[in-house]
Design a protein around this ligand. Structure first.
Ligand SMILES: C[S@@+](CC[C@H](N)C(=O)[O-])C[C@H]1O[C@@H](n2cnc3c(N)ncnc32)[C@H](O)[C@@H]1O
Length: 231
């Protein structure tokens, strides 16, 4: 049985080791969907949660979605930045990660404090359905491993459930295209080039800022996008 931490205690070494062990096992088993070799570090996680702090109306609660929550490093940061009344849907396609996240809703000090304002959905993100509405979407999906049409379908879904004025923040790893140009089969390199053009298309249309997070393994970039008020 997992130990429960007190609310003032940060995620300890034991917890982090458990996260990493599960993540690495799943990365070996399903690398295409997992898309990384280690969970995100705290610098990346807190930068992704930026638009939970930078809210336009400080009185209005936010409806938040995290896509691809994995072992929950970003979910924990989201919970730390949330205020009274905010809600979060944690979406994860891998059933082992989804079970682990359900455990965190009980044992993690910040996530357990949310009570029924946090929910885990074990499904593909675009199977959440068309009726959802979010002010902030934080995506950890490994777009670099997807086809261009998969990326387009997910971006279209995000923007269909994002409220006007809402924010989407998502990340990827620096230099993956350059590394793939050297070591990957040509077909895989071309597939990634095509999916990155779709990402660029959305960033050119709605992007409001890009960050580089060097203290992460591997170093990452984040794109922040905003849905226009008149859409
Ligand atoms: C790069 S990992 C990120 C995990 C975690 N957010 C982090 O930062 O450490 C991507 C996660 O997305 C999940 N995933 C991949 N495709 C998905 C999809 N279509 N819908 C929901 N989750 C998905 C994977 O199972 C994996 O947990």
């Amino acid at each position: 049985m997992a130990a429960t931490q007190s609310p003032s205690e940060p995620a300890g070494l034991d917890t982090r080791m458990r996260d990493v062990a599960l993540f690495v096992r799943q990365a070996f088993r399903t690398f295409r969907a997992t898309g990384a070799v280690a969970p995100s570090g705290p610098a990346l996680a807190h930068s992704l949660a930026r638009f939970i702090d930078e809210r336009e109306d400080p009185e209005a609660p936010l409806s938040i979605m995290e896509a691809g929550a994995g072992t929950g490093p970003v979910s924990r940061a989201i919970a730390e930045h949330m205020r009274d009344g905010d809600t979060v849907d944690l979406v994860e396609s891998n059933p082992d990660f989804a079970d682990y996240l359900r455990g965190l809703l009980v044992t993690d000090p910040h996530l357990s404090a949310l009570g029924d304002r946090a929910r885990v959905h074990q499904c593909l993100v675009n199977d959440l359905g068309p009726d959802k509405r979010y002010d902030v979407i934080i995506s950890g999906l490994p777009f670099a491993n997807f086809t261009a049409s998969e990326v387009r379908e997910i971006m279209e879904y995000y923007f269909s459930v994002l409220r006007p004025g809402g924010h989407l923040s998502f990340f990827g790893y620096l230099y993956t295209k350059q590394v793939k140009a050297v070591i990957a089969p040509r077909a895989d390199y071309l597939r990634q080039a095509q999916s990155s053009w779709v990402v660029e298309e959305w960033v050119n249309r709605y992007g409001i800022g890009t960050e580089r997070i060097l203290p992460n393994l591997p170093p990452a970039w984040i794109h922040h996008l905003r849905k226009p008020l008149d859409s």
